[in-house]
Design a protein around this ligand. Structure first.
Ligand code: C2E
Ligand code: CA
Ligand code: CA
Length: 552
């Protein structure tokens, strides 16, 4: 009767002794895919349980052998074919052949587990698209906020709404609309990173929470999201074209919690719809113009570099004692095919913020060195070529090597190259920069401090740097004759420079009277429209040839 009962039982039953199976019922053998002969005396629990749980199983077997009764345990069971299933086991101490043993039952709980999983999903995920729902979004956002607060980083919240989605539903039916949403969700998911959350709030509204995104990066992601809709969606035999409208709010700028950020992103999304759909808007309106201009400029700048739209102009640097041009400053211009010549003040800051200043600056350096050498080879007198270096560029690794490369490629003597750095470039991380400055100095390259007087240089620091020249910012030169403060600043810089044995150059000299004043102060050099505006390489060569001592 016992045997019949065991064999009919719809639960796995086994007897264990000395860590081996002594009896297994047919239900158990069917569950694992072994025959009873294969299991009995030959196998033990360790052969059918995932390796990670072996220590636990051994512990349990020892407890049973010692007469301690067990509980229900969940394990990962392994079938003969290697596949796994979750199982619940229960063992109790027993006696077999007069020695301690244990009797166990085992239940396959796969369907129970699947049901639990489904319940969890239903609570956290959108049933249609499988994306997180509002509840899970809120839960994850709490963690994002904590991290952002701690790291002082930003979070971009996007509100994406499909344009005219209702038309799809109305004309093709809800099941087509649903399928479209599933496809949209699938494509959206490809744009985001693992740490981002894409959620569906219901209807045709999708939310993105993206940590670590400042405005420019968020605008770029918005573009990518819009691009996702460029190809039509194939749904139920239809080719459907839908476009999105996006609103973006940024933590902490536009709100401190999810509800506020969502509300503001929603407001921005409606603005995107108003201005014509298939676009995005930031909640903070000032960000819209700023970033759009910038994006435009950035992609344009990239193209400009490839298509060689940059040129250099040159402006003479004049020795005030002799009146001779002893150097030129290279100044970049952008010859835009439609907009004409764009001056550096309009694009250098974008280039700096986007890192494009590095390739642009490299080009300037190489081109300026090449031109200087070409003038030497034409027999023009030796000139110092002054090149502006942006802070980012100066701090990029390998800058010194880059300069050495430009000199080597052109064959220009190092002493004929002068790098113009601003006070801020040099003073920021003064200790680190000292290394770069010294390396350049050892190479023989001249260094000058540009826009001097506008920064925060301390004299004590200045003395440590191998800088040979100070360029008085043109704002002080401008009102030299009328503003006694500016006169005082300019003359202080001149005498300070002298006591540090530096050359002092005045920028932006436009009138003869300014020149008289500067000469009185004992200023060494000057530059400005009074002598010449920045001009092309050919124009500059003309000016140089016309210099008295060249003709002599
Ligand atoms: P900066 O280094 O102070 O260059 C001098 C600027 O003053 C030039 O403006 C020049 O045209 C202008 N200037 C010269 N003489 C006079 C004058 O008598 N009166 C007036 N009002 N202005 C005068 P530009 O060419 O527009 O360049 C502006 C700034 O852009 C430069 O200021 C420099 O900071 C930056 N820049 C120019 N070229 C480059 C470059 O190749 N790389 C980098 N990183 N920055 C550059
Ligand atoms: Ca300069
Ligand atoms: Ca300057």
């Amino acid at each position: 009767m016992f045997r019949t009962t065991m064999e009919a039982a719809q639960v796995g039953i086994f007897v264990l002794q000395d860590q081996h199976f002594k009896y297994v019922n047919p239900y158990l053998t069917r569950l694992f895919g072994y025959s009873a002969d294969e299991m009995v005396d030959r196998m033990g629990p360790l052969d059918v349980v995932a390796a990670g749980q072996h220590a636990f199983i051994v512990e349990q077997m020892q407890a049973r052998a010692a007469g301690v009764s067990g509980h229900h345990y969940e394990i990962t069971a392994i079938r003969k074919n290697g596949s796994e299933f979750p199982a619940m086991i229960y063992g109790s101490p027993s006696v077999f052949d007069g020695r301690p043993a244990s009797v166990g039952t085992l239940l396959d709980i796969s369907s129970q587990k699947a049901a639990e999983q489904r319940i969890r999903e239903l609570a956290d995920y959108d049933v249609l698209t499988g994306l997180p729902n509002r509840r899970l979004l809120r839960e994850r956002f709490v963690q994002l906020l904590a991290a952002a607060e701690r790291d002082k980083t930003e979070i971009a919240v996007f509100f994406l709404d499909l344009d005219h989605f209702k038309r799809v539903n109305d004309s093709l039916g809800h099941s087509v609309g649903d399928e479209l949403l599933v496809e949209v969700a699938r494509r959206l998911d490809t744009v985001v990173r693992r740490i981002d959350t894409v959620a569906r709030l219901g209807g045709d509204e999708f939310i993105f929470a993206m940590p670590g995104f400042h405005t420019a990066a968020a605008a770029e992601v918005a573009r990518r999201l819009i691009d996702v809709f460029a190809r039509p969606f194939e749904v139920a035999g239809h080719e459907l074209t839908v476009t999105p409208s996006l609103g973006i709010s940024i933590y902490p700028h536009d709100g401190q919690d999810l509800e506020t950020l969502l509300k503001n992103a929603d407001t921005a999304m409606y603005r995107a719809k108003e201005i014509g759909r298939n676009t995005f808007q930031f909640y903070a309106t000032e960000m819209n113009t700023a970033t759009l201009d910038r994006l435009l400029m950035e992609s344009n700048l990239r193209r400009a570099l490839v298509q060689k739209e940059f040129i250099l102009q040159y402006q003479p640097l004049v020795n005030l004692r002799t009146g001779v041009i002893v150097g030129v400053e290279a100044l970049i211009r952008w010859q835009h095919p439609e907009l004409g010549t764009i001056m550096p003040d309009s694009f250098i800051h974008v280039a700096e913020e986007t890192g494009l200043i590095n390739p642009i600056g490299d080009w300037v350096l190489c081109e300026a060195c090449r031109q200087a050498k070409a003038w030497c080879d034409e027999g023009l007198p030796s000139l110092v070529m002054a090149v502006n270096v942006a802070p980012v560029q100066f701090r990029q690794p390998g800058f010194v090597e880059m300069v050495a490369g430009a000199l080597a490629a052109s064959g220009l003597e190092a002493s004929l190259l002068e790098l113009e750095l601003t006070e801020r470039t040099v003073m920021h991380d003064a200790d680190i920069n000292l290394g770069t400055l010294s390396a350049l100095h050892r190479m023989g390259v001249e260094l000058s401090l540009d826009d001097f007087g506008t920064g925060y240089s301390s004299l004590a620091y200045l003395k440590r740097f191998p800088v040979g020249k100070l360029k008085i910012d043109r704002s002080f030169v401008n009102d030299l004759e009328t503003d006694p403060d500016d006169w005082a600043i300019a003359s202080t810089i001149v005498s300070m420079g002298r006591s540090l044995r530096m050359t002092v150059l005045a920028e932006g000299v436009e009138t003869g009277e300014q020149l008289v004043q500067l000469r009185k102060m004992g200023c060494d050099m000057a530059q400005g429209y009074y002598f010449s505006r920045p001009t092309s390489a050919a124009g500059m060569a003309e000016i140089l040839r016309a210099q008295p001592f060249v003709n002599r």
